[in-house]
Design a protein around this ligand. Sequence first.
Ligand code: DHK
Length: 148
Amino acid sequence: MAEPLRVLVVHGPNLNTLGTREPDVYGSLTVDDINEELGKVASGANAELEFFQSNHEGALIDRIQEARSWADGVLINPAGLTHTSIALRDALVATELPVVEVHLSNVHTRETFRHHSYVSGVALGVIAGFGASSYRLGLQALLESLSE
Ligand code: DHK
């Protein structure tokens, strides 16, 4: 069997409150539920995932920097930092790893300040608007791309 593909899954600020946070926008699943679903995808695809959620930009950046030494790719929902953080974008570029950006909601149908992403321009692809399925679809696309 080939070596497993290793992916860092990053959840940005406020995603620890999924399940109770604006369920009409973000759905009723918790971040642990989402991670469990992703784990099932990974185990059927010879992949290993490491999960990280933080409300702190610096902590997210530290973890992304560290991924350079072990990961094959990054799946990230940068949450509110999507629209504000050049530093997060720079950290993703510096890893030299393929990045897939995901959002639970369709950010393009929401407030105009959510229409711009600092991450999209350095991502392999973006999936938004499918709730928790955005993560599953994003992981599948990342793993397919890594296997090519
Ligand atoms: C999550 C957030 O927390 C928002 O700040 C983004 C994103 C959208 C999502 O849909 O997953 O604007």
